[in-house]
Design a protein around this ligand. Structure first.
Ligand SMILES: Cc1ncc(COP(=O)(O)O)c(C=O)c1O
Length: 433
């Protein structure tokens, strides 16, 4: 083949990789036949029945290099590893890009964005005209926080248990524009939706314009009744922003069903997309009133793409999202949710019976999924995290926030039961010492 034929064939192949669900996707080449066989054996079993089927999940675990890491990674809520197929896709896109970035990235890979938008919208149960692809939940949510018109004295209700980046963004608006930012504090775990809804309701005044919610509280894993709060907020004529960093790609829901107006998420947490990928959803009729965080030719347009004018960034990472979606969809959201909840229950239900050990998260399935907090009486969370790492090679993260002090543990689909046995054993040994 001469050089130009070589190049044409390369572009043809590259084109075949672009777009989720292409029959030529890397996922299909690598996993389709094994996973189909795996699938056929369990046909007809419900997600809950499948949750404890180790044979099925061992095939999924093999799809992740992290499943053979010398360290047991139990902070997937922070950031999750990508399956091998996603890593390979990013590498291939990157190699292609570096043959000539301004051509391969801006003219070839760029063509994959619209089909990616469609695939993300399908998973989110919404219109693709409501989805902007970006780099993380912070970028998605701060776009909305800074992009909405508010005047001095307008009130926003959030909580001290929302994510710090979002709280800081609201506080910056307090300093610059004189808006009022009220923050509620909850004594989690709470297993009563009405108690939570009431607290938001009581904070509303005639000046309130927005309620800022976190779908899954990152500090202890509490699932919030966002739909009920959003309904109540709409009855008062307010708008609702939902931080879905820990819910998208984990919990089985459709974004519009939450009844928020704005929803931002990372894709590099439970969806296992390449690190540095995120998504913003805005209800179609609200898009025109949100100013872009960066810039756009027509900043008041109702075209969601106005939020994607982010300057030069990694299209290989962005296009890698497609393979993460293939991997995720081949498992199915509900099945993944039930498996990860099962893994959380597996360790937490054993740990709670160990003397001196306390679980800081509700084990009622309506109120938690992947994340749970644990502590050992008399041991600071930071010390517990260090001992788990230095003595047992278990990586977790410690939480010290006003009324939440624990070590946060978050497994993923690649986590093995033996990893969790090691965690329980470690907690038991530490509690005895
Ligand atoms: C609740 C919540 N929101 C937002 C974020 C920010 O995510 P990112 O780092 O992807 O911007 C996090 C990160 O852990 C989080 O826990």
């Amino acid at each position: 083949m001469n050089t130009s034929e070589n190049r044409r064939s390369f572009i043809k192949k590259a084109g075949a990789f672009i777009g989720a669900f292409s029959v030529n996707s890397l996922f299909n080449q690598i996993h389709a036949s094994d996973w189909n066989d795996n699938e056929e054996q369990y046909h007809g079993l419900s997600p809950i029945e499948m949750a404890s089927n180790e044979d099925y999940w061992s095939v999924i675990q093999q799809g992740y290099s992290a499943s053979s890491s010398p360290i047991i990674i139990l902070n997937n809520g922070g950031v999750s590893p990508s399956p091998i197929v996603v890593q390979q896709a990013v590498e291939r896109f990157n190699q292609m890009t570096n043959q000539g970035p301004s051509y391969y990235m801006w003219q070839i890979l760029d063509q994959g964005r619209e089909s990616l938008r469609e695939s993300l919208a399908k998973l989110g149960g919404c219109s693709s005209e409501e989805i902007a692809i970006n780099r993380n939940a912070t970028e998605a949510l701060v776009t909305v926080i800074y992009g909405l018109d508010l005047k001095k004295g307008d009130e926003v209700v959030g909580s001290t248990q929302d994510y710090p980046n979002m709280m800081q963004a609201w506080k910056q608006r307090v300093l610059r524009e004189g808006i009022i930012y009220k923050q509620l504090t909850f004594d989690f775990p709470i297993e009563n939706d009405e108690e939570i809804v009431e607290k938001y309701r009581e904070a509303i005044t005639e000046k309130t314009k927005i309620i800022h919610l976190t779908h899954v509280i990152n500090w202890n894993g509490q699932i919030m009744p966002v739909k009920k709060i959003a309904k109540m907020a709409h009855e008062h004529g307010l708008e609702v922003i939902i931080d879905g960093a820990h819910s998208f790609g984990l919990l089985d829901f459709k974004i519009p069903d939450l009844e928020g107006d704005y929803f931002g998420t990372s894709l590099h947490k439970y969806l296992s997309a390449p690190i540095g990928s995120g998504m913003l959803w805005i209800k179609k009729d609200k898009i025109s009133k949100v100013w872009p965080l960066v810039c756009a030719g027509d900043p008041q347009s109702d075209n969601i793409r106005k939020f994607e004018n982010l300057g030069t960034r990694s299209f290989p990472i962005e296009q890698g999202i497609g393979e993460a979606l293939n991997f995720h969809n081949a498992i199915g959201t509900k099945r993944k949710e039930e498996r990860i909840r099962y893994l959380k229950d597996y360790w937490a239900k054993q740990a709670k019976d160990i003397p001196r050990v306390k679980i800081h998260t509700s084990l009622n399935p309506a109120y938690s999924c992947a994340l749970a907090g644990v502590s050992v009486e008399g041991i600071e969370p930071g010390v517990l995290t260090s001992v788990l790492m230095s003595k047992y090679k278990i990586h977790t993260t410690s939480i010290s926030l006003e009324n939440i002090h624990c070590v946060r543990v978050s497994p993923h689909v690649y986590t093995k039961i033996s990893d969790l046995d090691r965690l329980v054993e470690a907690l038991s040994n530490i509690a005895k010492s």
